[in-house]
Design a protein around this ligand. Structure first.
Ligand SMILES: [Zn+2]
Length: 428
């Protein structure tokens, strides 16, 4: 049911639950989902048996720590052993509405009733009846095209069944149909704009694009600024993963992190131990769908790294928010117990325009990890003391680990092709 919130927005009633109500709600839904999955999905049941956990022991989201994380590679293996759905299907096969195929292959069954909540994300982004939207995600195999299409329809928007590629057709369609919305990746929208300009168009004046919804790729602050300031296109991003069933977190108009959907239990965990981490700590996003009743997936490890905040959001939505997706678990380096990902370090460091290149070196000094930041400046005329103090503060705020030493190195000291983080620690 939609109810009215502030700013004349309509919110789903779940989006404005109090902290206590949400906790009780998620715990209840989790217990139901686990019971259902263990009853119908033999592989889920076996995961519990192997971990010596009785399904009834999972009373709260916190209890999920007792269970192992299931990753993409495990799904491929399960489906190979128990074709076609890996013993994870929880409804009769004839009730499956559609099957998506992820690389692997992984066959992902979906039941229609289980996708209603996607519309929240598009609604929060401002999509309404009267909008004409090009959906540039692929309509075959992967869920993005069809699921986003239906969610846009739920918001009342008219959707152009576009799919990927065909930049020139995209441009012509945008003009002919007076398209107001774009759904796709930031780099593809930038390509379209660039191509339109090469064709002699003035994008801001010749086109009617007002809002863009992105997923599948990080929206960098600089791209966002170009789209919003130069082209007057409102941008929001969402975080979606195919295996657990789609859109998991979404930005509102305040763009300060992505609100978690209450249709999943989302944990941020230490990828090595599976233990849950607190607000601000970087770890792997682990997802348990609690509304997709076709699929007995519990604790799916996405391989994406992020952190979350519990700070209230002025929009009125009360769910915790994922801060930017900062990279993949395979790129993460652990320093003094915290994970650092190159992408995030880059954001903290290259925010300062006077820096042309950087490299982080991690060493072991006695019993302690030491982190040295090497900096190459674009030009020498800079107050290094001020820069050092700014960098220290920004890095600690974003990455939650203190830099031990900043070294300014001469030009050419950091090679053109270089790793941003070098781990020189040896473990005896
Ligand atoms: Zn918000």
């Amino acid at each position: 049911m939609a109810i009215k919130g502030n700013q004349n927005e309509f919110f789903d009633e779940l989006e404005i639950m109090t902290r206590e109500t949400r906790e009780a709600y998620l715990n209840q839904k989790l217990r139901e989902a686990i019971e259902h999955a263990c009853h119908y999905a033999p592989s889920t049941r076996e995961i519990f048996d192997r971990s010596k956990v009785n399904p009834a022991e999972i009373r709260t989201t916190r209890d999920l720590e007792k269970l192992p994380i299931t990753r993409k590679i495990d799904l491929i293996e399960l489906q190979r052993e128990r074709p076609p759905y890996g013993g994870l299907l929880t409804i009769p096969p004839e009730d499956i509405d559609r099957v998506f195929i992820s690389p692997g292959p992984i066959y992902e069954p979906l039941h229609t009733g289980s996708i209603k909540w996607f519309a929240k994300s598009f609604y929060a982004a401002g999509f309404r009846k009267g909008d004409v939207v090009i959906n540039t995600f692929t309509y075959h195999m992967s869920p993005a095209g069809v699921l986003f299409h239906e969610a846009l329809r739920d918001c009342g928007a008219t959707v152009v069944v576009m799919g990927t590629g065909n930049t020139e057709i995209q441009i012509k369609t945008m003009q002919d149909l007076k398209v107001t919305g774009f759904v796709g990746t930031p780099s593809f929208l930038m390509n379209i704009i660039k191509k339109a300009e090469e064709m002699g168009h003035n994008f801001r004046h010749d086109f009617t694009l007002k809002h863009a919804w992105f997923t599948g790729e990080m929206l960098s602050p600089s791209t966002r600024e170009i789209l919003e300031k130069e082209y007057q296109i409102g941008t929001v991003q969402a975080y979606a993963v195919s295996e657990p069933g789609g859109a998991i977190a979404y930005e509102c108009g305040y763009k300060s992190g992505m609100h978690l959907m209450d249709e999943y239990v989302v944990e941020i965990v230490n990828p090595e131990t599976g233990k849950q981490l607190g607000p601000g700590e970087i770890g792997e996003i682990v997802v348990t769908p609690i509304h997709n009743k076709a699929w007995g997936l519990v604790r799916f490890g996405t391989g994406d790294m992020s952190s979350y905040t519990t700070e209230p959001c002025p929009c009125g939505r009360t769910a915790n928010r994922l801060i930017a997706i900062v990279g993949r678990t395979s790129d993460a380096v652990k320093v003094r117990g915290m994970f650092i990902v190159a992408k995030q370090a880059e954001q903290a460091i290259l925010d300062s325009k006077s820096i042309s290149k950087f490299q982080i070196v991690i060493r072991r000094k006695g019993q302690r990890d030491e982190m040295i930041l090497k900096i190459e400046l674009g030009h020498e005329a800079i107050n290094k003391e001020q820069l050092t103090s700014d960098l220290n503060e920004r890095f600690q705020n974003m990455c939650r680990v203190k830099i031990d030493r900043i070294e300014f190195v001469g030009r050419g000291n950091i090679p053109e092709e270089h790793q941003q983080i070098i781990d020189e620690r040896t473990w005896k």
